[in-house]
Design a protein around this ligand. Structure first.
Ligand code: BTN
Length: 267
């Protein structure tokens, strides 16, 4: 496994970035899915902040049951066990925190070199192509949130993608980023995720929605969501996507898969 995923080095980076999450840290050469590892650990009582990182995933999962391209030596595949103090009904907009955290981390590491944008609810795009995806899964105990597993995949060193991803995906390397260190990215991302989840807990979804609006990759674009078409018109204060249909009516979507124009998923 490459030196950038050395666990002792990552522990030091987590401390240097004062990240309250990312520990206990489990780094493996291969996993089915780090989110499955995290869920299993959460069911066994893993604490808030426990993290699972793999150099490669054999069954990496994306949203809506899609596979996540997870070759070795290239990208960051990480999942965190979180135990946020929020009622289950408020969980869907928590996914905005994951996307914003990736945005924060890329901005912190790359400054103004890249201009990452958010494709609601939590895809991170650079130059209109997908750089990162976030998968939020909850373990519920009745209407109580027992744990939330936030799984994040960031394309870091990939120089090429197999079809059909080649038409829609990008990586930090392809975008000319300076830092291609997955351990550093994981540490900065851990600190950012902790801050964004705390913001969600203390200030609520409206404050996250405001920041997503400022980096919205969809605003003004013709989109399709769950069979409906229209023009993306930002987010409301509950974090729902607003879409104006051809009939002029504004509709709010709390969940769904968005495609832009006539391009395929992820674009
Ligand atoms: C998406 O955009 O559809 C979400 C992709 C999430 C991928 C990450 S990689 C680490 C974690 N483990 C998984 O199996 N999925 C998430």
């Amino acid at each position: 496994m490459s030196a950038d995923l050395d666990p002792a080095r990552i522990e030091a980076l987590l401390a240097a970035h004062a990240s309250p999450i990312g520990r206990p840290l489990h780094v493996v050469a291969e996993s089915g899915s780090t989110s499955d590892d995290a869920k299993q650990a959460a069911r066994r009582g893993a604490p808030h902040g426990a993290a699972f990182v793999a150099d490669r995933q054999s069954a990496g999962r994306g949203r809506m049951g899609h596979a996540w391209h997870s070759p070795p030596g290239e990208n960051l595949y990480a999942s965190w066990v979180l135990r946020p103090r929020v009622p289950a009904r408020l969980l869907p907009p928590l996914s905005l925190a994951g996307g914003l955290a990736v945005l924060d981390a890329v901005r912190e590491l790359e400054g103004a070199r890249l201009e990452p944008r958010l494709k609601w609810p939590n895809d991170v795009l650079v130059s209109g192509r997908k750089l990162a995806g976030v998968l939020v899964e909850a373990l519920l105990a009745g209407d109580r949130v027992d744990a939330v597993v936030v799984g994040i995949g960031v394309n870091v060193r990939a120089r090429a993608f197999p079809p059909p991803l080649d038409a829609i995906a990008t990586s930090l390397a392809l975008e000319g980023a300076g830092a291609l260190d997955r351990g550093l990215l994981f540490s900065v991302l851990s600190a950012a995720l902790a801050r964004r989840v705390a913001q969600f807990e203390t200030e609520g979804v409206a404050s996250l929605a405001r920041e997503v609006r400022a980096a919205d990759a969809l605003a003004g674009q013709e989109i399709a969501i769950d069979g409906a078409r229209g023009t993306a018109a930002g987010l409301d204060d509950e974090g729902r996507l607003l879409v104006r249909g051809a009939d002029g009516v504004l509709r709010a979507f709390a969940a769904g898969e968005v495609s832009i124009g006539t391009r395929p998923r992820g674009a």
